[in-house]
Ligand binder design. Structure first.
Ligand SMILES: Cc1cc2nc3c(=O)[nH]c(=O)nc-3n(C[C@H](O)[C@H](O)[C@H](O)COP(=O)(O)OP(=O)(O)OC[C@H]3O[C@@H](n4cnc5c(N)ncnc54)[C@H](O)[C@@H]3O)c2cc1C
Length: 341
């Protein structure tokens, strides 16, 4: 009987984030489909609260590595802990969320285990053997992969799975001891710098992706550009809706060309062929033409709407479910008013 290990790192508050719960849901389903045994492996400064939160997932074993040195992301300590958890579980399949922390650690751990790893996995099935799916060529082609090597480490793209949910209880954890040699802590973690929640415009868990295109900074009907007004309208909408902010390439590229820009927009916001492919249930595009290199980044946005002055823009050609032929300045001012204070 194969063992399927769900591997997770805890967050700063000791909880498991949504991507981890998605990986647990997928690991649980895989164990059920294979008639295998589920094990939970947890890493963090403390892991009891996280184990308790998922104690009803039906795992045969809960394994843990805990301590201050494992509370933050660092390759050496994360890899040592993950290696110990994988070895102790004897798992044939290791399922984890494709967080930045695991994405940089687990490929190395897989090499240490003599196994194989696949990243950016969006589907996991066990029919005629286990198969995973992932997208290639900027989300244009989907491939189904199988592997004979074990252990097989599978990193799931956050947002692609249904999160596990169940009642909390008390889990009995087998704690593993991972010796902290000086080599493991050669890299000292001195702190974390991140924008405040208010300044943070990229919100992967948001229900709505709001995309701003270069039109926001272009000359308008009155012969002038209104960049400051555009920035105010967009910020007001983001504050009220808690939407995630995306951009077209043209808009973020303008800063390097010395044009007037939206100050809170960076290349990290860019959606498309050379940008991100975020997953949100809904998307609203404004002042963006909807060209293919941009809309290819909308692959996983289920319901799409766009506001553009041009009735022949790219969105009108089958790229959006609804196109509002309208002035985005007027539309967003009205939307903000409707959203209220
Ligand atoms: C190899 C390659 C890779 C690329 N990768 C990407 C990528 O990853 N992401 C990406 O976005 N692009 C990418 N591009 C560029 C892409 O082809 C387009 O040039 C870009 O998306 C256009 O941006 P835009 O629609 O914001 O600007 P524009 O084409 O300038 O369109 C502005 C739009 O705003 C509208 N508008 C203006 N004022 C208003 C108003 N008041 N109300 C409503 N609408 C208004 C106009 O009608 C117009 O349609 C790539 C191109 C290449 C060649």
């Amino acid at each position: 009987m194969d063992t399927i290990l769900f591997l997770a790192h805890t967050e700063a508050d000791g909880s498991l984030a949504k991507p981890a719960l998605e990986a647990l849901g997928a690991a649980r389903s895989l164990a059920d489909a294979l008639g295998g045994s589920l094990a939970v492996g947890l890493l963090g400064s403390a892991v009891q609260a996280a184990a308790d939160a998922v104690s009803s997932c039906g795992a045969a074993r809960f394994l843990g590595v805990a301590g201050a040195e494992f509370g933050h992301s660092r390759y050496a300590t994360d890899a040592a802990a993950a290696e110990a958890l994988c070895k102790a579980s004897g798992a044939a399949y290791i399922v984890a969320a494709g967080t930045s922390r695991w994405s940089r650690t687990l490929p190395g751990v897989s090499a240490r285990l003599g196994g194989r790893v696949d990243t950016h996995i969006t589907g996991l099935t066990a029919g005629d053997g286990v198969a995973v799916t992932r997208w290639y060529y900027r989300q244009r082609m989907e491939a189904v992969l199988t592997r004979s090597e074990r252990p097989w480490t599978i990193l799931l793209d956050p947002g692609s799975q249904t999160p596990w949910s169940g009642s909390a209880g008390t889990a009995r954890i087998e704690m593993l001891s991972v010796p902290i040699s000086p080599e493991l802590t050669r890299t000292a973690v001195t702190g974390l710098r991140a924008p405040s929640a208010e300044e943070q415009t990229i919100r992967p868990d948001a229900d709505l992706l709001f995309v701003a295109g270069a039109g926001w900074t272009k000359t308008q009907a009155d012969g002038a550009a209104h960049t400051a007004e555009a920035a105010a309208l967009i910020k007001d909408f983001l504050r009220k809706s808690r939407a995630s902010l995306g951009s077209s390439k043209s808009l973020v590229d303008q800063s390097s060309e010395g044009h007037s820009v939206l100050p809170f927009m960076t290349h990290l916001n860019q959606v498309g062929q050379t940008g991100a492919t975020p997953r949100h249930p809904k998307g609203l595009s404004t002042c963006c033409h909807g060209e293919e290199p941009h809309t290819v980044g909308w692959r996983f946005v289920s319901e799409r709407r766009a506001v553009n002055l041009d009735p022949n823009c790219g969105w009108a050609r089958g790229k959006a479910d609804v196109l509002y032929v309208a002035d985005a300045f007027q539309v967003m001012a009205k939307v903000n008013a409707l959203l209220g204070g």
